[in-house]
Unconditional design. Structure first.
Lengths: 219, 211
């Protein structure tokens, strides 16, 4: 979706402000949100792509004015309601009122903690040979899916070169909508800065994205 | 952490926006617990693991090893996850970690314009600025301007390569080894490796300079 989360190349957000000796969490509740997201994801309530999609669908003014973990919280709550794990009445009451919905991987208990500390595996057997090889010139397709995609707007329509082939991976566009993993080849595609940003762009800049095969066409 | 947990629910709060969020977060945790989806002690354990097991010290050890051991460096650039996995003493690492090397000709910088993808196992949880709009918006268009915000200047003609983490691959920058560190041990070298030098928004510390 063409949301405000797709920020590459936007102007007007101001200076970067690194915080010296930044704590891991600024508020205790942030750590609880992080833990709940990791736990409910590991328990099988949602996949990582669906959780990203719920953050992206926050209203633009909410997305831009909420802190990082606030976005995580709002996305989590809405997603769990949508998927039937809790109800708005329960959220309003602050207590469980309905029977629980079964979790694919069961209750998240301490035995599961080690598992969430390593990222999941996303590579999958290839359903078909790769269409592109390293060195190929490819164009990022001019597509505008209204749902989740990992093809940022700033590369769409531009020509780049395939630099790496990462194998076949879960396709976020499908997984986010719970339409299956639909594995696709994944490539690092590198673009010239001036192709993306015009003649005034930095001539020493190259930018790469990791692009799933359906995002690309031969150029 | 688990002993503290019950105390979290009994403090007094004013009605600031933050407290409102805090109350909502607690309510959600209560519901998830009452419905039997999560065990609060398991949430405590996740937080504790993040606070103690992951962090830039993991990445720093990998970088220091690469500076000291040419065969390891070659393996690391070939397959980051596999090479790091071969080091027993570093925390477990997920798949598809790509290590990119800074050279006198090329400087690498990592961003996630769409969200906040970051090599957690190597660097810990990302800092706020990495997840915020100014960095995400400008890194791919004006990386030299971004570096200026960090007080970092690159030679005019050096290539700057920005890696936008748009999939489940993760990127770690291998910075250049500082001059004047000949004969240093891996432990000494690791002290020079900063988090930002592994994101590409900074350089390693200079030997002898105040940290």
């Amino acid at each position: 979706m063409n949301g405000v989360h797709d920020m590459g190349g936007m102007d007007g957000f101001g200076k970067i402000e690194p915080e010296p000796n930044e704590p891991m969490f600024h508020e205790e509740w942030e750590s609880r949100v992080l833990a709940m997201v990791r736990a409910m994801g590991a328990a099988g309530a949602f996949n990582i792509d669906t959780s990203r999609f719920y953050r992206e669908t926050l209203p633009p003014h909410v997305y831009l004015s909420s802190s990082y973990y606030k976005k995580w919280f709002l996305g989590l709550e809405e997603m769990l309601i949508d998927k039937g794990y809790l109800t708005r009445e329960e959220v309003a009451a602050g207590h469980a009122m309905q029977p629980a919905k079964a979790l694919k991987h069961g209750k998240f208990d301490r035995a599961n903690v080690e598992r969430v500390m390593v990222r999941g595996k996303f590579d999958r057997p290839a359903p078909a040979p790769a269409k592109f090889k390293i060195g190929d010139r490819v164009r990022a397709r001019n597509i505008h899916p209204a749902t989740h995609t990992r093809l940022p707007r700033y590369v769409r329509g531009h020509v780049g070169v395939v630099e790496l082939n990462h194998g076949c991976h879960v396709f976020p566009d499908s997984a986010a909508m719970e339409r299956g993993e639909n594995p696709q080849w994944l490539y690092t595609v590198v673009f010239e800065g001036r192709d993306l940003w015009g003649e005034d762009g930095d001539p020493t800049l190259k930018v790469s994205i990791d692009a799933f095969e359906p995002y690309l066409e031969p150029a | 952490m688990s002993q503290d947990h019950d105390d979290h629910h009994h403090h007094d709060h004013d009605h600031s926006e933050l407290s409102e969020t805090e109350l909502r977060v607690r309510a959600l945790e209560t519901i998830l617990t009452e419905k039997g989806y999560v065990e609060p002690a398991a949430l405590d354990a996740i937080i504790q693991a993040y606070e103690t097991k992951i962090g830039p010290h993991n990445g720093a050890r990998v970088v220091a090893k690469a500076w000291s051991d040419p065969a390891f460096k070659t393996a690391l650039l070939e397959d980051g996850s596999k090479a790091i996995g071969s080091l027993g003493h570093v925390s477990r690492v997920g798949d598809h970690l790509v290590v990119v090397e800074n050279t006198p000709e090329r400087h690498n910088m990592v961003v996630c314009t769409l969200c906040s993808c970051y090599p957690w196992e190597m660097l810990g949880l990302p800092p706020v600025w990495y997840k915020a709009a100014p960095y995400r918006s400008r890194a791919v268009k004006d990386p030299r301007g971004v570096l200026a915000d960090f007080g970092v200047a690159l030679p005019k003609d050096i290539e700057i390569r920005v890696w936008d983490s748009t999939a489940e691959t993760r990127f770690l920058v291998l910075p250049m080894r500082p001059a004047g560190t000949e004969g240093w041990s891996e432990e000494q070298l690791a002290e020079l490796v900063t988090r930002d030098s592994m994101i590409g928004t900074g350089f390693p510390k200079t030997p002898g300079a105040p940290s």
